[in-house]
Design a protein around this ligand. Structure first.
Ligand SMILES: [Zn+2]
Length: 622
C-alpha cells in the first residue's frame, strides 16, 4: 500500500507537463524550509518531551513524516545551514567557520529551484547568517534574502543581531503577499532557542526557570503562525515542508553549555519533519538514522529537479515506504575548536556506535550508553577497527585536509578546554550586550585556566583598548601576538595600543608585522604612516601613504599624510598643490589648513600662511 502511494507521489511531483493540452498543467509543489536554531530533538513535544508545548511542530509531524533519528553533520550555525542548502559535508563545501564565503562551485537549493522557475526567498533570524557579513554566498539563488540593516542605532540585540521568530515570519508573510504566483521556495530561519535564552512574554513567564524551553515554545508559535498563513493562502496541501534544527545544545552535558566544540548527540541530534503533498504519509514515523545532507536530495527528488553531480546525501523519499529502512552513517565534523587553538574533531555515527577522532579518541556503544558517558576506546575493542575502516571511507570523499587539519595532531583536546570555552562564550555574549566589566571577569577567569588562550588575550586587549587603558591593552595584545604570531589583527591592535601610549618604535614594529601578514589593511597602513611621521622618518611615512593611495587615490587621510611627509622632507613645493586642492574641496578641515600654512611658510609666502592660519584658528574655535 505504502509503496503505491510513493509511486503516486512521484507521478504527481515529477511528471513533466502533460502532452495533452486539455489536461490542466499542475504546478510543481511549493517548498518551505524551516530551520530552528539550536533545537535538540529531545526537547520537542512530538519527540516525547513533556516539559514544553510545541503544538505547531506536533501538528506538522501528524501531517507528515517524522524522523526520530536525524543528525546534523556540524554543530555550528553557518556550516550546518550550508550543508542543509547544498547537501554537502562541511569539509566538502569548505565553510567551516564564520565569514568564509561559499564557493560558487557548490550549487545551492535556491539556485537549483530558481532555475526551475521557483520564486525564492530567505528570512533569517540572526546576523550570523547575514550574507553581507558573516555568511557570504548564502544568498545565492534567492530573489530576496532578508539581511540585517547595515547600520542600526539600537544597542539592544533585537533588530541589530537577532530577530524574534514572529518578526522573521512576519517578513516572510509580507513577502509572500507580494509574490503570490508560485511555485515558491521559502526558507525561514528561527534563531530563538539560541542563547541567550530570552523568550518574550507570556513564554518568559510560563517557562520561568526553563528559558531554553520557553524559546522553543515561542519558536513553535512562530512556526504555527507561518503554517496557518500557508493554509490560508491555499498552498499548504500541495507543499513540501521541511523542518529541522541546525544543531542541538549542550545544556551542560559533557561540560558543554552551548554548542560547537563537541560532537556528542546533545548537539548533533536534531528534529526532522517532512510534510509531503501525499496524504498517505500523515503521521509516519521513521526510526532509521538519517542526516541533514539528505534534505536537499529529498527536495530535488520531490520536485523533480535533477540533482547536481556532487551530493553527499540521498533522498529520504524511498525510506518512507520501506518496511525496514536502513540507517545511514553520519560523518560529523567540527573545526570550531581551531578558533581557540584546539584540535578539530571528526566523528562517525553508525546506528549503535560512535567513534570520535580527537587527541584522546572516544568510542561509544549508543544502545547501552546513549548519553555517551562511558568511553570504550581501546585498540583491542572489536568494533573499533570496523568503525575506523568506515571512517576512512568517508574521509576518502573529502578534499585533502587544509593546514588546520595537519595542525590538529599537536593541538590540545577540546575536552580539556571546555571550561575555558564556556567562559569565552559568556565573555562574547557580555561584550555583545555592552557589559564590559562582566566580559572582563569572564576573560580574566579564562586566562587563569589557560594563560596562553589567544582568544582571551586578544579579547581582553580589545576590551582595554576600547576602554582607553592602552598600557594594559598592549600587555595582553603583546602576549596574544607571541602565542599566535600569524594573527594580523592582534598585531594591528597591538600597534594601535602602542601608538596611543606614545611608544612609536613599538607601534612601528607591530604594524609592520601586521602588514606583512595582511598587506591590504588600509587602516594599519595609514596608522603606520603616522607613526613614521612621529618618528621623523619622512621617507618611510611617504612610502606608507603612497601605498595607501594606490588602493584608494582619494583617501583624504592618505593625501594629508603624504603632504605632511613632504613638508617634513622640506619639499614644500611638492606638498602645496595637493594641500591647495584639499583646502578648496574641504575648506572646513582645520588640520589641512594648518599644513597648507606650513607649506606657504616654507616657501616664504608669509602673507598666505598667516591668512590660512587665521582660517584654521576660526575653525578650531568652533
Ligand atoms: Zn545554530
Amino acid at each position: 500500500m505504502k509503496r503505491f502511494t510513493l509511486f503516486l507521489l512521484a507521478i504527481v511531483l515529477t511528471a513533466p507537463a502533460c502532452a495533452q493540452t486539455s489536461a490542466p498543467r499542475r504546478s510543481p509543489p511549493d517548498v518551505y524550509l524551516i530551520t530552528i536554531d539550536t533545537l535538540r530533538a529531545d526537547h520537542v513535544g512530538c519527540y516525547g518531551y513533556r516539559q514544553v508545548e510545541t503544538p505547531g511542530l506536533d501538528a506538522l509531524a501528524a501531517d507528515g513524516v517524522r524522523f526520530t533519528q536525524a543528525f546534523t553533520h556540524s554543530p555550528i550555525t553557518n556550516t550546518s545551514h550550508i550543508t542543509i542548502l547544498t547537501g554537502l559535508l562541511p569539509s566538502v563545501h569548505g565553510v567551516t567557520d564564520f565569514g568564509v564565503p561559499l564557493s560558487p562551485q557548490h550549487v545551492t537549493a535556491a539556485e537549483l529551484l530558481k532555475k526551475r522557475g521557483y520564486q525564492t526567498a530567505a528570512f533569517i533570524g540572526a546576523v550570523i547568517l547575514d550574507s553581507s557579513t558573516l555568511a557570504p554566498g548564502l544568498d545565492r539563488g534567492f530573489d530576496f534574502y532578508d539581511n540585517f540593516p547595515a547600520k542600526t542605532e539600537t544597542k539592544q540585540r533585537w533588530g541589530r543581531v537577532e530577530r524574534r521568530g514572529m518578526e522573521v515570519v512576519a517578513h516572510a508573510e509580507s513577502w509572500f503577499e507580494k509574490h503570490r504566483t508560485g511555485p515558491h521556495f521559502v526558507w525561514v530561519h528561527l534563531y530563538d532557542p539560541h542563547d541567550p535564552y530570552e523568550p518574550p512574554p507570556p513564554f518568559s513567564e510560563k517557562y520561568k526557570g526553563h528559558l531554553y524551553n520557553g524559546e522553543i515554545a515561542y519558536a513553535d508559535s512562530a512556526v504555527a503562525h507561518w503554517i496557518a498563513f500557508l493554509k490560508k493562502a491555499g498552498v499548504y496541501d500541495n507543499a513540501i515542508i521541511v523542518v529541522t534544527g541546525d544543531h542541538g545544545e549542550g545544556l551542560g552535558e559533557h561540560g558543554e553549555e552551548t554548542h560547537g566544540l563537541f560532537l556528542y548527540d546533545s548537539t548533533l541530534h536534531v528534529p526532522l519533519i517532512l510534510k509531503t503533498p501525499a496524504v498517505a504519509h500523515h503521521g509516519t514515523v521513521i526510526d532509521a538514522q538519517v542526516r541533514t545532507t539528505d534534505i536537499l536530495p529529498t527536495i530535488l527528488s520531490a520536485t523533480g529537479v535533477a540533482a547536481p553531480a556532487e551530493l553527499n546525501g540521498e533522498s529520504l523519499l524511498p525510506l518512507i515506504d520501506e518496511p525496514a529502512p536502513a540507517s545511514r552513517e553520519l560523518f560529523g565534523e567540527t573545526d570550531y575548536p581551531l578558533r581557540w587553538g584546539w584540535a578539530p574533531l571528526r566523528a562517525l555515527r553508525a546506528e549503535n556506535t560512535k567513534l570520535i577522532e580527537a587527541p584522546r579518541p572516544e568510542l561509544y556503544d549508543l544502545q547501552a550508553d546513549p548519553k555517551e558517558l562511558k568511553n570504550l576506546y581501546a585498540p583491542d575493542v572489536a568494533k573499533l577497527q570496523a568503525m575506523q575502516a568506515e571512517m576512512a571511507k568517508w574521509k576518502a570523499k573529502l578534499p585533502p585536509p587544509s593546514n588546520s587539519g595537519k595542525r590538529g595532531e599537536t593541538l590540545p583536546d577540546p575536552k580539556d578546554k571546555i571550561e575555558v570555552q564556556n567562559l569565552l562564550h559568556n565573555a562574547m555574549l557580555a561584550s555583545d550586550d555592552d557589559r564590559s566589566s562582566d566580559a572582563r571577569q569572564f576573560l580574566e577567569k579564562a586566562l587563569q585556566l589557560d594563560g596562553n588562550s589567544p582568544t582571551a588575550l586578544r579579547q581582553l586587549g580589545e576590551l582595554e583598548l576600547a576602554g582607553g587603558d592602552f598600557t594594559k591593552a598592549a600587555v595582553h595584545l603583546k602576549r596574544a601576538c607571541e602565542v599566535r604570531p600569524d594573527d594580523s589583527t592582534a598585531a594591528f591592535e597591538l600597534g594601535e595600543a602602542l601608538e596611543k601610549s606614545g611608544d612609536w618604535p613599538g607601534a612601528r614594529d607591530a604594524l609592520e608585522s601586521s602588514l606583512k601578514l595582511a598587506p591590504s589593511q588600509m587602516t594599519a597602513r595609514l596608522l603606520l604612516g603616522h607613526v613614521y611621521l612621529q618618528l621623523k622618518d619622512a621617507k618611510n611615512a611617504a612610502d606608507q601613504f603612497e601605498a595607501a593611495l594606490l588602493v584608494d587615490s582619494n583617501n583624504s587621510e592618505g593625501r594629508l599624510g603624504l603632504a605632511e611627509a613632504r613638508i617634513q622632507q622640506s619639499d614644500f613645493a611638492g606638498a602645496l598643490p595637493d594641500l591647495e586642492a584639499f583646502a578648496k574641496s574641504d575648506p572646513r578641515n582645520a588640520a589641512a589648513l594648518r599644513l597648507l600654512a606650513h607649506a606657504y611658510r616654507g616657501l616664504g609666502r608669509e602673507q598666505d600662511a598667516k591668512r590660512v592660519d587665521e582660517q584654521a584658528v576660526t575653525l578650531e574655535k568652533k
